[in-house]
Design a protein around this ligand. Sequence first.
Ligand code: R5P
Length: 295
Amino acid sequence: MTPLILALPGNERLAADLADRLGAELGGLETRRFPDGETYVRLLTDVTDRSVIVVCTLARPDEQFLGLIYVARTARSLGAARLTLAAPYLAYMRQDIAFRPGEAVTSAVFAALLSQAFDALVTVDPHLHRHKSLSAIYDIPALALRAAPLLGDWIGRTVERPLIVGPDAESEQWAAEVAAQAGAPYVVLRKDRRGDRDVTVALPDLAAWRDRQPVLVDDIVSSGQTMIAACQALVAEGFPRPVCVAVHALFAREALERLSTVAQRIVSTDTVPHPTNAIPIAPLLAAALRSPIAG
Ligand code: R5P
């Protein structure tokens, strides 16, 4: 039987695209908020013995989580054979250690909750830093797709003489892969984050790359401070305003407006719907969902 795809609110366009590419059926799902803020969920398509793919990107996870769990539990109780979560953005990956005594390691707690509800997970560039792979915290098969080739391809087609710049040590993994795909050199900056919105970066010696257009690449833009500090440092060093390319466009309030004042252009993949989306991830997700992990 063909797989059934269910879209949580806000994921309808991606779900329809995936259904087209996979030749899957797009199922119906009714959700709404009661006046007191509680969540109502009703599955409108029979899931009995079906392999069900639930599409829900997890930006703003606290707003979405209960609805997602209600959908999964209801599908399971109605006889779904297999439940795969397609979450292009996977939340809570950055709190991967207790930095101070008593802090919740939310990446692990969140992973345990999703592992109870689903049989498999497919996501794009989860923030793997101290957790080396998703299997360190997820008990279900979990596939981490890499958007770097798509970013590198976009940069190679769009930017002349790019210099790929990773804003911090963690971004080296993306910067190197993006640069290889774009056929460009890369450098990595040193970042010092003292608070959510208090970020400074230090540049290495960039004398060899003076004639290049800097292209900042990072997995996440949230407050925008990382990209803003990196843009300011590069411009102060005499480079043109950087092009900024991100996988996950979270963009907290005013981040886009503030980054726009120091960047030449800002683009992202569409793992999180946002005005900067320019790089579609549906082909990557569809290829992965055809694999045995999705059942
Ligand atoms: C950090 O380790 C990530 O790779 C990003 O650099 C970070 O999450 C960006 O956050 P913000 O936009 O708040 O500086």
